[in-house]
Design a binder for this molecule. Sequence first.
Ligand code: CXF
Ligand code: ZN
Length: 374
Amino acid sequence: ITVGKVITCKAAVAWEPKGKFIVQDVQVDPPLAMEVRIKVTHTSLCRSDLFFWTNEALGHTFPRIFGHEAAGIVESVGEGIDDLKPGDHVLPVFTGECKECKYCASPKTNLCSKFGTESLATGMKGDGKSRFSVNGKPVSRFLGSTFSEYTVVEYPYVVKINPVAPLDKVCLLGCGVTAGIGAVRRIAQLEPGATIAVFGLGTVGLSVVKEAQRRGASRIIGVDININKAAEGNFFGVTDFFNPDNLDKPVEEVIKELTGGGVDYAFECVGNPKVMATAFASCQDGWGTTIVLGVAGPATVSIPTRSLLTGRCMKGTLYGGYKPKTDVPALVEQYLHKDFDVEEFITHNLPFSRINDAFKLLQAGECLRTVLHY
Ligand code: CXF
Ligand code: ZN
């Protein structure tokens, strides 16, 4: 029995902002009050892990354990938690829900002022320390730190789900797929017949494509510089594909010609401020909405104010606007009722020990989601 004891288990430790992860033994402390120790059964890789790991400008501390899109089983809970117990199936999530703050009280947002996306935090909220160490040397956390067989997170970041749900599939609902579905349903509130353009056909972009197709979008334009995305996009529901590198004029002009003035909704799923501006320029004057899903750190975006006066808008969303504790269990139920699929996004399954191979696939744009199992 491990409750109350330090657990030694495998984790992928990033010792520097480049190179390789070292899969090695780490020590994981027991959870303190209002914390949960989770046995991670499956974790997928999201491009944010790569972005934050390799972007030195973000000033991270190393060594560090990345990973945030995952599913697992509660191993033990700290004091004060009465609705989670060992054995419960859970998704750790990267943005929390305290259910008390101004944001949590508002139906307009899924932000939380007490337990937000403090991606730069290295330790726990309570005592500021990490629960991970290697031979006594602390190892920083990153969001859920799911590239470890056991992890400790604060209670507001744990979503209890139906134990019938396959953990090797619903781990995807911890980030990218949920972001795409929510952007279409909640942020765009896409109506049947609408035209859309999706910039970046990775998992997030293709999740937008698929959901838009289900909701009856009349035209789904995909834009990507990876040539393999023409066929892949088509499989997911893209009706017209453009590689901006192969056009003799700007892609926004091509999109405006094709749609007679621009799309109703443009989704930026890359995390590049120039692409965000291009998405905005591809929208219909009068009502076109650009929805930003891509993570670009502290970058700013430049758009013509004239287009705002004529009715266009740009907005953004984290995690599809879903409040994790309030909304995500229902999303899992919808998955179980086959309202949507996640399997189609899983291109690779690998043992956790092969995490470096999984990152190579991600860097090369050769996968959608790779699910690692412990
Ligand atoms: C990101 C969003 C920005 C903060 C870090 C996590 N979400 C998921 O990839
Ligand atoms: Zn993510």
